[in-house]
Design a protein around this ligand. Sequence first.
Ligand SMILES: *[C@@H]1O[C@H](CO)[C@@H](O)[C@H](O)[C@H]1NC(C)=O
Ligand SMILES: *[C@@H]1O[C@H](CO)[C@@H](O)[C@H](O)[C@H]1NC(C)=O
Ligand SMILES: *[C@@H]1O[C@H](CO)[C@@H](O)[C@H](O)[C@H]1NC(C)=O
Ligand SMILES: [Cu+2]
Length: 336
Amino acid sequence: MHLAKALSSLALLHLTFGAAKPCRNPPVRKEWRELNHQEKSEYLEAVHCLTTKDSISGLEGAVNRFDDFQAVHSSQTPSIHWVGHFALWHRYFVATYEKALREECGYTGAQPYWNWSKDASTDSESAAIFETEIFDSCHGFGGNGAYVEITDPAENPFNLTGRTGGGCVQDGPFTSDKFMLNHPERGCLKRDFIPWIMNTFAQQSLVDHVQSQPDYTSFARALENIPAFTEPNIHGSGHFGAGGVLGTLGNQYESPGDPLFYLHHGNIDRVLWEWQRKDLKTRLHQVGGPIEPMDYSGANVTLDFTVNIGALAGDATLEQLLNAQGDVLCYTYNTA
Ligand SMILES: *[C@@H]1O[C@H](CO)[C@@H](O)[C@H](O)[C@H]1NC(C)=O
Ligand SMILES: *[C@@H]1O[C@H](CO)[C@@H](O)[C@H](O)[C@H]1NC(C)=O
Ligand SMILES: *[C@@H]1O[C@H](CO)[C@@H](O)[C@H](O)[C@H]1NC(C)=O
Ligand SMILES: [Cu+2]
């Protein structure tokens, strides 16, 4: 009798904690410009709030919860880019950040995204991108860093031209008096706008090219393309258009130190989810692409391939992460 009772309460426990929670009322992600002033302020305040909560990652250099995310990305950088799980790893990462903003900082909205294609000019030298709302000093993320000349060519390994910044951001909510990075060392948030990269890499025609791919493997490859600047790739747009050579967002390891990272990767994820939505039956259950970076003839990821984001959340399989409204993730986009 007692045993039966114990067993049945165990079963109940399993139902309560072990079974998947259905995704009801997923937060609806919107483009930054679709948020009203109050929603924008609430988001920016929640980001600041994360920097006031103690780190849990156990990683060196991480002091607060904002740093935790940056440090986890940094620790995994060599194994999460130019691989089949690139887009899904970053999906999990952004969704976990969204969850932290909501659950630890009382944010009631969803993770916004930045549709940079709206800002991309066909005139590659145009600096109109600097004027767009996302960089607003009051209702946005602030603008460029102060101009810093590069004297040592080793600091610019790709010999990128057209840099316009490189120093600490000069206005907005993330200037050094209001916001400091701790990883890998204490310092200010830097930006280094390069108009030609932003304008050419963020074109809607490139997004269309990525979204016209017939399967996950080709989608993933079109999304990242090659690690060079001779061919554009949409993932590089925000990173090198806004981060340039010396900016935080342009640093492959430390890029999540720029709060804009999450709006840039939010948009990359929207592109993935919209593509999946064209044929959900297939695209909730299809992955591919190399396990090792750019190893295109080697072993590929499969649905049960597991990714981890350190202490930020539990491990998840790629199949779980394919579903934005499944047992691990729960959000949607206003476009889908
Ligand atoms: C993003 O912007 C481009 C260019 O204006 C537009 O064609 C596209 O529909 C936009 N996408 C979304 C989801 O707003
Ligand atoms: C950049 O320029 C240096 C010096 O001219 C050259 O050695 C190097 O190969 C160039 N790098 C790239 C990626 O073009
Ligand atoms: C991995 O996928 C690529 C592209 O589909 C394919 O060419 C390659 O043979 C696959 N690797 C293995 C080990 O099957
Ligand atoms: Cu990354």
